[in-house]
Design a protein around this ligand. Structure first.
Ligand SMILES: [Zn+2]
Length: 367
């Protein structure tokens, strides 16, 4: 059914596409929707203290700043702050703005922490297990929404293929999407210094109802210590943003013909006031277990954003501040807390024990 097989997509550098139509819009300026993945309670992938939603937002804002320098380009953001936006709402923002392209920005993650490199997705069918797994992870967020089965037409989070089954795929924008994706990958390869994993296809809920050329960029792996550090650094984010902005402007040069329609973008949603977490009432009596997650001379506000999304944080202040997650009298419960902390990137976290507020060894506490 699809004109382009997945195998071909891996070699888009050589793929010749002819007869591309120019943008269907009549926009006076080239409109670009920048979609920073995740946000708010949805942290995306978190590994080694690297948080996908932060990297995605930082890069999206930097790309936007670079595009703003081009007088013929108009940027529309789905979010400019750390706020949760459902996937369907992101599509709405894009469609209402009648933009020329939609660019979703994400970080990849894999249990195999050696995996590295950048890949860019276009909407489509795949049987490739790795592609399906990437789509499954990016789609998982809808399960945070109450009526996701209804809103997303029966989407089954355990079956990423179900995205495809439920919508007619519009091939109308596929060629242009691939062109844009290939340009992005070329930049990652030549100028950003990332391993080029190619242009790929899979079913992404955020892309499925958007009526314009649309891509989803996996900038690199936060699960890879080295690449995660690059993705989370100012320097790395600047480099990536330059690459993405250049590919977008190259695409514009090739395909955009200015029209007459002006557009005033609505202000994106404001940030939820960050909640300051007051630690649960500390039960100082008897044995208490907590998870020490980090120690730092820096004083951090006790809110989830500063701790990879963990709440119930407490601190022992000193010249070195020690930060703890959880608070329970039950050792088995604390083991679960430890797993949660590790899953959020605190891989060297450990259990500590207190008796009547005084620190004791875990061994002693268990006696
Ligand atoms: Zn993501």
């Amino acid at each position: 059914m699809m004109g382009i097989t997945v195998k071909k997509l891996f070699f888009t550098g050589m793929l010749m596409i002819s007869g591309l139509s120019v943008s269907a819009q009549n926009n006076a300026k080239f409109r670009v929707v920048l979609d920073a993945g995740h946000g708010g309670n949805d942290f995306g992938a978190t590994y080694h203290g690297f948080v996908e939603k932060n990297n995605a937002l930082n890069v999206a804002l930097k790309v936007g700043q670079l595009l703003d320098k081009d007088a013929g380009t108009q940027v529309i953001y789905t979010r400019k702050t750390d706020v949760f936006i459902p996937l369907d709402e992101r599509a709405d923002i894009a469609n209402k703005s009648k933009a020329d392209i939609f660019v979703s920005i994400h970080c990849n993650a894999n249990k195999n922490t050696a995996a590295s490199g950048s890949e860019t997705y276009v909407m489509g069918v795949t049987r490739n297990a790795a592609n399906l797994e990437v789509a499954r992870k990016e789609n998982e967020v809808v399960t945070l929404e109450k009526d996701y089965k209804v809103k997303y037409d029966g989407y089954d989070p355990n079956s990423p293929e179900s995205v495809i089954g439920m919508t007619v795929i519009q091939e109308e924008y596929l060629d242009q999407s691939i062109e844009l994706a290939a340009g992005i990958q070329e930049e990652f390869d030549n100028n950003v210094g990332r391993k080029n994993r190619g242009v790929k296809q899979a079913g992404f809920l955020v892309l499925r109802k958007i009526y314009m050329p649309r891509i989803l960029i996996e900038m690199g792996f936060v699960s890879n210590k080295e690449e995660g550090a690059f993705l989370s650094s100012e320097e790395g984010q600047n480099k990536i943003a330059e690459g993405i902005a250049k590919a977008i402007l190259d695409y514009k040069k090739e395909y955009f013909v200015p029209g007459t329609e002006e557009y005033v973008a609505p202000e994106p949603k404001k940030v939820d006031t960050p909640k300051v977490i007051t630690p649960k009432a500390v039960n100082v009596k008897g044995i208490v277990y907590k998870i020490q997650i980090s120690a730092s001379s820096k004083k951090l506000e006790l809110r989830p954003n500063n701790f990879n999304g963990l709440d119930s944080i407490s601190v022992e202040e000193g010249s070195i501040n020690k930060y703890f997650y959880g608070n329970t009298n039950d050792y088995d419960e604390s083991k679960k807390d430890l797993e949660r902390a590790k899953a959020k990137g605190y891989t060297s976290a450990f259990i500590v024990a207190y008796k009547n507020g005084k620190k004791i060894s875990v061994k002693e506490a268990l006696r």
